[in-house]
Design a protein. Structure first.
Lengths: 175, 238
Protein backbone atom coordinates (compact mmCIF):
# COMPACT_ATOMS: atom_id res chain seq x y z
CA UNK A 1 0.00 0.00 0.00
CA UNK A 2 1.25 3.47 -0.81
CA UNK A 3 2.36 5.38 2.25
CA UNK A 4 0.74 8.68 3.15
CA UNK A 5 3.91 10.57 2.30
CA UNK A 6 4.13 8.95 -1.11
CA UNK A 7 0.49 9.66 -1.69
CA UNK A 8 0.90 13.30 -0.71
CA UNK A 9 3.97 13.67 -2.92
CA UNK A 10 2.13 12.12 -5.82
CA UNK A 11 -0.78 14.49 -5.32
CA UNK A 12 1.47 17.54 -5.07
CA UNK A 13 3.22 16.55 -8.29
CA UNK A 14 -0.14 16.45 -10.05
CA UNK A 15 -1.05 19.84 -8.59
CA UNK A 16 2.22 21.39 -9.75
CA UNK A 17 1.97 19.86 -13.21
CA UNK A 18 -1.65 20.55 -14.02
CA UNK A 19 -3.23 23.19 -11.77
CA UNK A 20 -2.32 26.12 -14.03
CA UNK A 21 -3.64 24.52 -17.21
CA UNK A 22 -6.76 23.30 -15.41
CA UNK A 23 -7.40 26.82 -14.14
CA UNK A 24 -6.97 28.23 -17.64
CA UNK A 25 -9.31 25.62 -19.04
CA UNK A 26 -11.86 26.22 -16.29
CA UNK A 27 -11.65 29.97 -16.76
CA UNK A 28 -12.29 29.77 -20.49
CA UNK A 29 -15.19 27.36 -20.21
CA UNK A 30 -17.00 29.18 -17.38
CA UNK A 31 -15.78 32.75 -17.84
CA UNK A 32 -15.70 33.48 -14.13
CA UNK A 33 -12.54 33.61 -12.05
CA UNK A 34 -14.11 32.64 -8.71
CA UNK A 35 -15.98 29.73 -10.24
CA UNK A 36 -12.86 28.63 -12.13
CA UNK A 37 -10.90 28.55 -8.90
CA UNK A 38 -13.67 26.61 -7.17
CA UNK A 39 -13.80 24.14 -10.04
CA UNK A 40 -10.06 23.50 -9.87
CA UNK A 41 -10.13 23.11 -6.09
CA UNK A 42 -13.07 20.72 -6.26
CA UNK A 43 -11.30 18.80 -9.00
CA UNK A 44 -8.23 18.31 -6.84
CA UNK A 45 -10.32 17.53 -3.77
CA UNK A 46 -11.99 14.69 -5.68
CA UNK A 47 -8.66 13.66 -7.13
CA UNK A 48 -7.16 13.47 -3.65
CA UNK A 49 -9.95 11.20 -2.45
CA UNK A 50 -9.75 8.97 -5.51
CA UNK A 51 -6.00 9.10 -6.05
CA UNK A 52 -5.53 5.40 -5.40
CA UNK A 53 -7.75 4.63 -8.38
CA UNK A 54 -5.29 6.37 -10.73
CA UNK A 55 -3.07 3.49 -11.75
CA UNK A 56 -1.48 5.00 -14.86
CA UNK A 57 0.27 8.30 -14.20
CA UNK A 58 0.29 8.93 -17.96
CA UNK A 59 -3.49 9.15 -17.82
CA UNK A 60 -3.48 11.75 -15.04
CA UNK A 61 -4.09 14.75 -17.25
CA UNK A 62 -7.15 13.26 -18.95
CA UNK A 63 -8.37 11.95 -15.60
CA UNK A 64 -8.23 15.42 -14.04
CA UNK A 65 -9.89 17.03 -17.06
CA UNK A 66 -12.70 14.49 -16.84
CA UNK A 67 -13.19 15.25 -13.14
CA UNK A 68 -13.24 18.99 -13.85
CA UNK A 69 -15.70 18.66 -16.72
CA UNK A 70 -18.05 16.55 -14.59
CA UNK A 71 -17.80 19.02 -11.74
CA UNK A 72 -18.52 21.89 -14.13
CA UNK A 73 -21.58 20.08 -15.51
CA UNK A 74 -22.76 19.33 -11.98
CA UNK A 75 -22.29 22.94 -10.92
CA UNK A 76 -24.41 24.16 -13.78
CA UNK A 77 -27.07 21.57 -13.05
CA UNK A 78 -27.52 23.51 -9.83
CA UNK A 79 -28.25 26.58 -11.94
CA UNK A 80 -25.31 28.62 -10.80
CA UNK A 81 -25.41 31.78 -12.91
CA UNK A 82 -22.72 32.39 -15.46
CA UNK A 83 -20.67 35.54 -15.37
CA UNK A 84 -18.14 36.71 -17.84
CA UNK A 85 -15.40 38.76 -16.30
CA UNK A 86 -12.37 37.59 -18.20
CA UNK A 87 -11.13 41.16 -18.62
CA UNK A 88 -10.68 41.34 -14.87
CA UNK A 89 -8.64 38.19 -14.76
CA UNK A 90 -6.37 38.15 -17.78
CA UNK A 91 -2.91 39.34 -17.00
CA UNK A 92 -1.38 42.03 -19.14
CA UNK A 93 1.67 40.51 -20.76
CA UNK A 94 5.11 41.97 -20.35
CA UNK A 95 5.56 42.15 -24.08
CA UNK A 96 4.63 45.48 -25.54
CA UNK A 97 1.90 45.01 -28.08
CA UNK A 98 0.95 47.54 -30.70
CA UNK A 99 -2.57 48.90 -30.17
CA UNK A 100 -3.83 46.89 -33.16
CA UNK A 101 -2.32 43.71 -31.75
CA UNK A 102 -3.81 44.41 -28.34
CA UNK A 103 -7.21 44.94 -29.91
CA UNK A 104 -6.86 41.77 -31.93
CA UNK A 105 -5.99 39.76 -28.84
CA UNK A 106 -8.91 41.23 -26.91
CA UNK A 107 -11.17 40.33 -29.80
CA UNK A 108 -9.84 36.81 -29.81
CA UNK A 109 -10.47 36.47 -26.08
CA UNK A 110 -14.02 37.69 -26.41
CA UNK A 111 -14.47 35.46 -29.42
CA UNK A 112 -13.32 32.39 -27.51
CA UNK A 113 -15.83 33.10 -24.75
CA UNK A 114 -18.59 33.49 -27.31
CA UNK A 115 -17.86 30.23 -29.12
CA UNK A 116 -20.45 27.52 -28.73
CA UNK A 117 -19.23 24.79 -26.38
CA UNK A 118 -19.08 22.22 -29.18
CA UNK A 119 -16.41 24.36 -30.87
CA UNK A 120 -14.77 25.85 -27.80
CA UNK A 121 -14.26 22.62 -25.84
CA UNK A 122 -12.10 20.79 -28.40
CA UNK A 123 -10.20 23.97 -29.18
CA UNK A 124 -9.30 24.49 -25.51
CA UNK A 125 -8.29 20.88 -25.07
CA UNK A 126 -5.97 21.21 -28.04
CA UNK A 127 -4.45 24.64 -27.33
CA UNK A 128 -4.38 24.65 -23.52
CA UNK A 129 -3.51 21.00 -22.89
CA UNK A 130 -1.83 20.12 -26.16
CA UNK A 131 -4.19 17.20 -26.77
CA UNK A 132 -4.05 15.47 -30.13
CA UNK A 133 -7.24 15.08 -32.15
CA UNK A 134 -7.40 11.43 -31.08
CA UNK A 135 -7.08 12.37 -27.40
CA UNK A 136 -9.79 15.02 -27.77
CA UNK A 137 -11.99 12.48 -29.48
CA UNK A 138 -11.55 10.10 -26.56
CA UNK A 139 -12.07 12.86 -23.96
CA UNK A 140 -15.27 14.14 -25.54
CA UNK A 141 -16.59 10.78 -26.69
CA UNK A 142 -16.93 11.85 -30.32
CA UNK A 143 -15.30 10.65 -33.52
CA UNK A 144 -11.93 11.97 -34.60
CA UNK A 145 -13.38 13.32 -37.84
CA UNK A 146 -16.05 15.23 -35.90
CA UNK A 147 -13.34 16.69 -33.66
CA UNK A 148 -11.32 17.82 -36.67
CA UNK A 149 -14.36 19.48 -38.20
CA UNK A 150 -15.14 21.26 -34.92
CA UNK A 151 -11.55 22.45 -34.55
CA UNK A 152 -11.47 23.75 -38.12
CA UNK A 153 -14.79 25.55 -37.70
CA UNK A 154 -13.79 27.00 -34.32
CA UNK A 155 -10.75 28.64 -35.87
CA UNK A 156 -12.72 29.78 -38.91
CA UNK A 157 -15.27 31.45 -36.66
CA UNK A 158 -12.56 33.28 -34.75
CA UNK A 159 -10.82 34.35 -37.96
CA UNK A 160 -14.10 35.53 -39.46
CA UNK A 161 -14.73 37.74 -36.45
CA UNK A 162 -11.28 39.26 -36.72
CA UNK A 163 -11.69 39.83 -40.45
CA UNK A 164 -15.05 41.50 -39.87
CA UNK A 165 -13.30 43.86 -37.52
CA UNK A 166 -10.78 44.67 -40.22
CA UNK A 167 -13.62 45.66 -42.55
CA UNK A 168 -15.71 47.68 -40.14
CA UNK A 169 -12.96 49.02 -37.90
CA UNK A 170 -15.33 48.91 -34.96
CA UNK A 171 -14.59 46.21 -32.43
CA UNK A 172 -17.69 46.95 -30.38
CA UNK A 173 -20.03 45.99 -33.19
CA UNK A 174 -18.77 42.46 -33.30
CA UNK A 175 -20.03 41.02 -30.01
CA UNK B 1 -3.05 10.33 -54.07
CA UNK B 2 -1.80 13.82 -53.18
CA UNK B 3 -3.79 16.19 -51.01
CA UNK B 4 -5.64 19.05 -52.72
CA UNK B 5 -5.53 22.61 -51.40
CA UNK B 6 -8.99 22.48 -49.82
CA UNK B 7 -8.17 19.29 -47.91
CA UNK B 8 -4.86 20.77 -46.82
CA UNK B 9 -6.50 23.93 -45.47
CA UNK B 10 -9.00 21.90 -43.49
CA UNK B 11 -6.26 19.75 -42.08
CA UNK B 12 -4.06 22.61 -40.89
CA UNK B 13 -7.15 24.50 -39.76
CA UNK B 14 -7.88 21.60 -37.42
CA UNK B 15 -4.28 20.97 -36.41
CA UNK B 16 -1.88 23.75 -37.38
CA UNK B 17 1.17 22.01 -35.93
CA UNK B 18 0.51 18.82 -37.85
CA UNK B 19 3.86 17.43 -39.00
CA UNK B 20 2.95 14.08 -40.46
CA UNK B 21 4.79 13.19 -43.69
CA UNK B 22 1.78 13.56 -45.96
CA UNK B 23 1.01 17.04 -44.65
CA UNK B 24 4.65 18.11 -44.97
CA UNK B 25 4.78 16.83 -48.54
CA UNK B 26 1.66 18.80 -49.39
CA UNK B 27 3.06 21.88 -47.70
CA UNK B 28 6.18 21.77 -49.83
CA UNK B 29 4.31 21.02 -53.03
CA UNK B 30 3.34 24.59 -53.96
CA UNK B 31 3.77 28.18 -52.69
CA UNK B 32 0.09 28.62 -51.80
CA UNK B 33 0.27 25.56 -49.54
CA UNK B 34 3.31 26.96 -47.76
CA UNK B 35 1.64 30.38 -47.44
CA UNK B 36 -1.52 28.86 -45.95
CA UNK B 37 0.52 26.84 -43.45
CA UNK B 38 2.54 29.89 -42.40
CA UNK B 39 -0.65 31.90 -41.89
CA UNK B 40 -2.20 29.10 -39.86
CA UNK B 41 0.85 28.98 -37.58
CA UNK B 42 0.81 32.76 -37.14
CA UNK B 43 -2.83 32.64 -36.13
CA UNK B 44 -2.11 29.79 -33.75
CA UNK B 45 0.54 31.84 -31.96
CA UNK B 46 -1.97 34.64 -31.48
CA UNK B 47 -4.52 32.14 -30.19
CA UNK B 48 -2.08 30.65 -27.71
CA UNK B 49 -1.10 34.11 -26.51
CA UNK B 50 -4.76 35.09 -26.08
CA UNK B 51 -5.45 32.03 -23.92
CA UNK B 52 -2.60 32.71 -21.52
CA UNK B 53 -4.00 33.73 -18.16
CA UNK B 54 -2.38 33.42 -14.79
CA UNK B 55 -4.06 31.49 -11.98
CA UNK B 56 -4.49 33.13 -8.57
CA UNK B 57 -1.19 33.21 -6.69
CA UNK B 58 -2.60 31.19 -3.81
CA UNK B 59 -4.18 28.45 -5.93
CA UNK B 60 -1.35 25.94 -5.74
CA UNK B 61 -0.90 26.43 -1.99
CA UNK B 62 -4.61 25.90 -1.41
CA UNK B 63 -4.60 22.74 -3.50
CA UNK B 64 -1.62 21.41 -1.56
CA UNK B 65 -3.61 22.05 1.60
CA UNK B 66 -6.15 19.48 0.41
CA UNK B 67 -3.62 16.71 0.95
CA UNK B 68 -3.63 17.52 4.67
CA UNK B 69 -7.18 16.21 4.87
CA UNK B 70 -7.84 12.69 6.07
CA UNK B 71 -8.44 10.17 3.33
CA UNK B 72 -11.86 8.61 3.11
CA UNK B 73 -11.27 4.88 3.11
CA UNK B 74 -13.99 3.37 0.99
CA UNK B 75 -13.13 -0.17 2.04
CA UNK B 76 -14.40 0.59 5.55
CA UNK B 77 -17.76 1.71 4.28
CA UNK B 78 -19.64 -1.62 4.46
CA UNK B 79 -18.29 -2.30 7.95
CA UNK B 80 -19.12 1.18 9.12
CA UNK B 81 -22.61 0.91 7.69
CA UNK B 82 -23.19 -2.42 9.38
CA UNK B 83 -21.93 -1.07 12.69
CA UNK B 84 -24.10 2.02 12.33
CA UNK B 85 -27.12 -0.13 11.65
CA UNK B 86 -26.52 -2.28 14.73
CA UNK B 87 -26.07 0.76 16.92
CA UNK B 88 -29.15 2.37 15.45
CA UNK B 89 -31.29 -0.73 16.01
CA UNK B 90 -29.97 -1.26 19.55
CA UNK B 91 -30.41 2.27 20.75
CA UNK B 92 -33.32 3.36 18.63
CA UNK B 93 -35.47 4.67 21.44
CA UNK B 94 -33.10 7.24 22.96
CA UNK B 95 -31.25 8.11 19.83
CA UNK B 96 -34.33 8.65 17.71
CA UNK B 97 -35.48 11.72 19.54
CA UNK B 98 -32.08 13.42 19.52
CA UNK B 99 -31.31 12.39 15.99
CA UNK B 100 -34.56 13.82 14.81
CA UNK B 101 -33.65 17.29 16.04
CA UNK B 102 -30.11 17.06 14.66
CA UNK B 103 -31.32 15.76 11.33
CA UNK B 104 -33.83 18.53 11.02
CA UNK B 105 -31.11 21.20 11.21
CA UNK B 106 -28.87 19.22 8.88
CA UNK B 107 -31.71 18.67 6.40
CA UNK B 108 -32.69 22.30 6.62
CA UNK B 109 -29.12 23.43 5.91
CA UNK B 110 -28.78 21.03 2.98
CA UNK B 111 -32.10 22.08 1.46
CA UNK B 112 -31.63 25.74 2.12
CA UNK B 113 -28.06 25.89 0.82
CA UNK B 114 -28.85 23.90 -2.32
CA UNK B 115 -31.57 26.39 -3.22
CA UNK B 116 -29.36 29.39 -3.78
CA UNK B 117 -26.24 29.04 -1.61
CA UNK B 118 -23.65 28.59 -4.40
CA UNK B 119 -25.27 31.31 -6.49
CA UNK B 120 -25.20 33.81 -3.63
CA UNK B 121 -21.54 33.01 -2.95
CA UNK B 122 -20.75 33.60 -6.62
CA UNK B 123 -22.64 36.90 -6.64
CA UNK B 124 -21.19 38.26 -3.41
CA UNK B 125 -18.40 40.45 -4.67
CA UNK B 126 -18.76 43.79 -2.84
CA UNK B 127 -19.09 44.62 0.82
CA UNK B 128 -22.61 45.29 2.06
CA UNK B 129 -23.42 48.69 3.57
CA UNK B 130 -23.21 48.55 7.36
CA UNK B 131 -26.65 50.12 7.63
CA UNK B 132 -28.20 47.24 5.67
CA UNK B 133 -26.54 44.73 7.97
CA UNK B 134 -27.72 46.65 11.01
CA UNK B 135 -31.31 46.89 9.76
CA UNK B 136 -31.66 43.19 9.05
CA UNK B 137 -29.94 42.00 12.21
CA UNK B 138 -31.77 44.50 14.44
CA UNK B 139 -35.09 43.14 13.23
CA UNK B 140 -33.85 39.71 14.37
CA UNK B 141 -32.92 41.13 17.77
CA UNK B 142 -29.20 40.89 17.05
CA UNK B 143 -26.22 42.94 15.90
CA UNK B 144 -23.05 42.19 14.01
CA UNK B 145 -19.94 44.08 15.10
CA UNK B 146 -16.41 44.10 13.83
CA UNK B 147 -14.52 42.13 12.69
CA UNK B 148 -17.39 40.16 11.14
CA UNK B 149 -19.26 43.26 9.98
CA UNK B 150 -16.28 44.23 7.81
CA UNK B 151 -16.42 40.93 5.96
CA UNK B 152 -20.08 40.70 4.96
CA UNK B 153 -20.54 40.65 1.21
CA UNK B 154 -24.15 39.58 1.14
CA UNK B 155 -27.02 39.51 3.62
CA UNK B 156 -30.72 38.73 3.36
CA UNK B 157 -33.55 37.38 5.46
CA UNK B 158 -34.07 33.67 5.08
CA UNK B 159 -36.34 30.97 6.49
CA UNK B 160 -34.92 28.82 9.31
CA UNK B 161 -36.37 25.76 11.09
CA UNK B 162 -38.06 28.12 13.54
CA UNK B 163 -38.96 31.43 12.00
CA UNK B 164 -36.99 34.00 10.11
CA UNK B 165 -33.21 34.29 10.18
CA UNK B 166 -30.36 35.77 8.17
CA UNK B 167 -28.26 34.38 5.34
CA UNK B 168 -24.83 36.00 4.99
CA UNK B 169 -21.83 35.49 2.74
CA UNK B 170 -18.56 36.60 4.34
CA UNK B 171 -15.07 36.84 2.94
CA UNK B 172 -12.30 34.94 4.67
CA UNK B 173 -8.68 34.17 3.94
CA UNK B 174 -9.89 30.76 2.72
CA UNK B 175 -12.46 32.20 0.35
CA UNK B 176 -16.12 33.06 0.84
CA UNK B 177 -18.16 31.19 3.44
CA UNK B 178 -21.86 31.29 4.24
CA UNK B 179 -23.33 31.99 7.66
CA UNK B 180 -26.92 31.16 8.52
CA UNK B 181 -28.16 32.88 11.67
CA UNK B 182 -31.09 31.02 13.26
CA UNK B 183 -32.45 33.23 16.08
CA UNK B 184 -34.77 30.64 17.61
CA UNK B 185 -33.09 27.33 16.85
CA UNK B 186 -30.80 25.46 19.19
CA UNK B 187 -28.15 23.13 17.76
CA UNK B 188 -25.58 20.72 19.13
CA UNK B 189 -22.81 23.17 19.91
CA UNK B 190 -19.59 22.45 18.00
CA UNK B 191 -21.14 19.80 15.76
CA UNK B 192 -19.95 19.41 12.18
CA UNK B 193 -22.48 18.29 9.57
CA UNK B 194 -21.84 17.40 5.94
CA UNK B 195 -24.08 17.58 2.91
CA UNK B 196 -23.61 17.60 -0.83
CA UNK B 197 -19.84 18.24 -0.91
CA UNK B 198 -20.18 20.97 1.74
CA UNK B 199 -19.83 20.94 5.47
CA UNK B 200 -21.09 23.19 8.23
CA UNK B 201 -20.01 24.07 11.73
CA UNK B 202 -22.86 24.62 14.21
CA UNK B 203 -22.64 26.78 17.27
CA UNK B 204 -25.11 27.97 19.83
CA UNK B 205 -25.19 31.66 20.63
CA UNK B 206 -26.63 33.35 23.69
CA UNK B 207 -29.95 33.25 21.88
CA UNK B 208 -30.36 31.05 18.86
CA UNK B 209 -27.55 29.60 16.81
CA UNK B 210 -25.49 29.92 13.68
CA UNK B 211 -24.11 27.61 11.02
CA UNK B 212 -20.92 28.35 9.10
CA UNK B 213 -21.08 26.62 5.72
CA UNK B 214 -18.13 26.11 3.43
CA UNK B 215 -16.52 23.73 1.03
CA UNK B 216 -14.86 20.71 2.56
CA UNK B 217 -11.49 22.23 1.74
CA UNK B 218 -12.34 25.19 3.99
CA UNK B 219 -11.93 25.23 7.74
CA UNK B 220 -15.41 26.42 8.67
CA UNK B 221 -14.81 26.07 12.39
CA UNK B 222 -12.11 28.75 12.16
CA UNK B 223 -14.87 31.38 12.15
CA UNK B 224 -16.14 30.34 15.58
CA UNK B 225 -14.16 32.90 17.57
CA UNK B 226 -15.04 35.72 15.17
CA UNK B 227 -18.71 34.79 15.32
CA UNK B 228 -18.81 34.60 19.10
CA UNK B 229 -17.07 37.96 19.33
CA UNK B 230 -19.10 39.77 16.69
CA UNK B 231 -22.61 38.30 16.61
CA UNK B 232 -24.56 39.56 19.62
CA UNK B 233 -28.04 38.19 20.18
CA UNK B 234 -31.00 38.73 22.49
CA UNK B 235 -30.54 42.48 22.72
CA UNK B 236 -34.08 42.98 23.95
CA UNK B 237 -33.79 40.21 26.47
CA UNK B 238 -35.97 37.90 24.41
Amino acid sequence: MTSNTERTNRFNELAEAYSTDLYRYAMWICGNDALAKDLVQETFLRAWRALDSLKDVGAAKSWLITILRREYARTFERKVPKFTDVDKVVVVDDEELEPEEQTERDMLRQGILKLEPKYRDPLLLQVVFGHSCAEISEQLGTSKSAVMTQLFRAREKLKTQLQKDGVTGNVHELF
Amino acid sequence: MSMNFSEFKKLIGADPWNRDPETLRARNSAPEFEKAATEAEAFEEKLQSALQIQPPVDLLAEIRGISQQPIQQRSWMPLALAASLLIAVGAVGMVWKQARQGDSVESYLADHYSTDGPALVAQATDLVAQQDVYNIMASLNATVDQPLSDRIKFIKFCPTPEGRGAHMVVSTSQGPMTIIFMPKTQVTDGEMVSFDQMHAFLLNLEHGSAAVIGKQSQSVESLEAVLRESLKTGLLGA
